[in-house]
Design a protein around this ligand. Structure first.
Ligand code: NAP
Length: 306
């Protein structure tokens, strides 16, 4: 049986390690503070924001959510961001995406002070990542790197294939693996013979948003497989096909009306991989943990310059 890379366990370890750092900051009157800007009433975004605020609460990080209506203009949202940039009690600013259509998302993300950009999305911080300077890294890929390191999966000299080239997952993931001396290939929807490229991977990262697409044909025997995808199956026949009529999964579908699956085939990966992240319980828990790490690091930088 392959090793299961347990994101919940690593998240708990990361949070435990943060606690003394947060206490030390509080002792210096520099409690970390995170502001989350949530525009409108997108139910999925509301759940993400609630989970982020809860993580802050668990760790005694000050948090604040700013919730303007979805009719807000770019100028009005810029004013909110600039106000948060100027506040001494706020170390991290997170603007929950997606924003409403009338708002210029790029201008908003550019307006967040790079020092408070705990998502690691600002071009300054992407530049820092590119040239391996310190700075906040995008949370999901940073969490995956933590997971690989804590499970002592060798990276240097290994072949890594990242499927997906988004600015928030695929590209920063590839750069982080490159800085760890992996030989990295980035794939996307136009990659020719994707299964053959993926089969070269010692470490395969799937981040496409395509339910169970990476099946046994894509996975080299003994590879480490990281599944970033979170896809909700809302048709019973899809659950039956992908999970090969698993009574447990079908019962779960009948109860909840949907079942979560990653971008990697959940049964094939067990036959082929030497280690893999399950969905749920793999990559997902690490994203918020790394947001907490970025917020605490930002507060430490502020405290050291005061
Ligand atoms: P995205 O912005 O939609 O990017 C998807 C990438 O996958 C694109 O580069 C696209 O290629 C590529 N792609 C799509 N279909 C493909 C195919 N058939 N073959 C090869 N490449 C294909 O997505 P994202 O934001 O990076 O997220 C990816 C997945 O990770 C989603 O399921 C998302 O929900 C999940 N996610 C999870 C977490 C977490 O905390 N667990 C965090 C972030 C994202 P092109 O560039 O050519 O279009």
């Amino acid at each position: 049986m392959p090793q299961i890379l347990d994101g919940n366990r690593v998240r708990d370890d990361i949070k435990s390690e943060l606690k003394p750092r947060i206490e030390a900051l509080a002792g210096r009157n520099a409690t970390p503070g995170l502001a989350v800007v949530l525009v409108g009433n997108n139910p999925a975004s509301e759940i993400y924001v609630r989970n982020k605020i809860k993580a802050c609460h668990d760790l005694d990080i000050y948090s604040e959510s700013v919730t303007p209506p979805d009719t807000i203009s770019t100028e009005q949202l810029l004013a909110i961001v600039q106000d948060l940039n100027a506040r001494a009690d706020i170390d991290g600013i997170l603007v929950q995406l997606p924003l409403p259509r009338q708002v210029d998302t790029k201008r908003i993300l550019l307006a967040v002070s790079p020092a408070k950009d705990v998502d690691g999305f600002h071009p300054c911080n992407i530049g820092n990542l590119m040239v391996a300077l310190p700075g906040p890294r995008a949370c999901t890929p940073a969490g995956i790197l933590e997971l690989l390191k804590r499970y002592q999966i060798p990276i240097a000299g290994k072949r890594a294939v990242v499927v997906g080239r988004s600015d928030i997952v695929g590209k920063p993931m590839a750069l982080l693996l490159l800085h760890e001396n992996a030989t990295v290939t980035i794939c996307h929807s136009k990659t020719a013979d994707l299964p053959a490229v993926c089969r070269e991977a010692d470490i395969l990262v799937a981040a496409m948003g395509r339910a169970a697409m990476i099946n046994g044909e894509y996975i080299r025997q003994g590879a480490t497989v990281i599944d970033v995808g979170t896809n909700r199956l809302d048709k019973r026949e899809d659950v039956a096909r992908i999970f090969r009529n698993s009574a447990e999964k079908l019962a779960s579908y009948d109860k909840k009306g949907s079942v979560l699956v990653g971008d990697v085939h959940p049964l094939d990966v067990i036959e082929k991989a030497s280690a893999y992240t399950p969905v749920p319980g793999g990559v997902g828990p690490l994203t918020i943990a790394m947001l907490m790490v970025n917020t605490v690091a930002s507060a430490e930088r502020r405290a050291s310059t005061c």
